[in-house]
Design a binder for this molecule. Structure first.
Ligand SMILES: [Zn+2]
Length: 289
């Protein structure tokens, strides 16, 4: 399996930290009936998106995009040494899979010019920081870290009410180190990188569209978690803060890219995780690359 993709003048590397069973399909999607699951079981299993016990398989990864001008890391995954007691596979882990992945792509932490987070959930901010002498420091020393203002403000408010560990150990230390850019939705980098607001999963969730003057690739974060949501865009996972808004955003996103040449890079679909959106009945499919 190639971990490198091409789109226009972009080179895209996938850095996989884990590809593994996550939650039973009907737990992640409370509205998924046994009947619909049965109808889609074979296709999901063929796509390696479901195991024999109806548990969904998800990929946890970062995308690193080289434009002609910058090296941009999108969503920094799970991270090491972080207390995540409710998720044993993520809790206080110390493996070198992620750093080996970077190395395999020929990328050093110093090479990253921007880190951009689609949203501030635990599996999208983890490698923003690493533990050094008991302190959280930015993992990518030369990078500016881009957080959408709506998303940042939402989590800052939540963190004030009750500690949100990933915000405390993976976002605030970046701000304290003066590496953060908290930006509006009109933010852009040159003529290659733009923001597309995609609220619902979290209030300030955004996608990033990349490509010179056109959208060669879009990075959609947790706008969707499983290929099942292509066929049923209204299926919202239990983690969507506003499931109704997320469903609406999902369908309009899929309509926007349907039958276009834009490469859609999902955060969590099983490998190869990226493809082009096509119409299928009342829903969609993804022509995987
Ligand atoms: Zn996620």
């Amino acid at each position: 399996m190639s971990l490198t993709l091409k789109a226009g003048d972009l080179t895209i590397h996938r850095i996989i930290e884990q590809e593994t069973t996550f939650l039973p399909a009907q737990e992640l999607f409370p509205d998924l009936t046994g009947e619909v699951l049965a109808e889609n079981r074979a296709a999901l299993k063929a796509a390696k998106a479901l195991d024999d016990s109806d548990t969904l398989i998800l990929c946890f990864q970062s995308y690193i995009v080289k434009t002609p001008h910058h090296t941009i890391l999108i969503d920094s995954c799970i991270g090491n040494d972080k207390p995540r007691p409710t998720r044993p596979k993520w809790n206080m882990k110390t493996d070198d899979t992620y750093m080996r992945g970077l190395k395999g792509a020929g990328i050093a932490v110093e090479d990253i010019d921007y880190v951009m987070c689609t949203h501030l959930h635990v599996d999208h901010v983890g490698w923003n920081t690493r533990l050094e002498n008991g302190k959280w420091v930015p993992t990518f020393p030369k990078a500016r870290y881009v957080f959408a203002k709506g998303e940042y403000d939402y989590w800052a408010g939540q963190h004030e009410k009750a500690e949100v560990p990933p915000f405390g150990d993976s976002v605030l230390p970046v701000v304290a180190a003066n590496k953060a850019e908290i930006v509006g939705n009109d933010f852009a980098i040159g003529d290659h990188v733009r923001i597309l607001p995609t609220p619902g999963h979290t209030p300030g969730h955004v996608a990033f569209t990349l490509g010179r003057a056109k959208e060669d690739a879009v990075f959609c974060g947790d706008l969707m978690h499983s290929p099942l949501q292509l066929r049923y865009p209204e299926l919202s996972p239990k983690f969507d803060v506003d499931p109704a808004q997320a469903a609406k955003t999902r369908r309009s996103f899929l309509e926007r890219y349907c039958e276009t040449d834009t490469l859609c890079c999902t955060a969590h679909f099983p490998s190869p995780s990226a493809g082009k959106i096509r119409r299928k009945g009342n829903g969609f499919s993804c022509e995987m690359v």
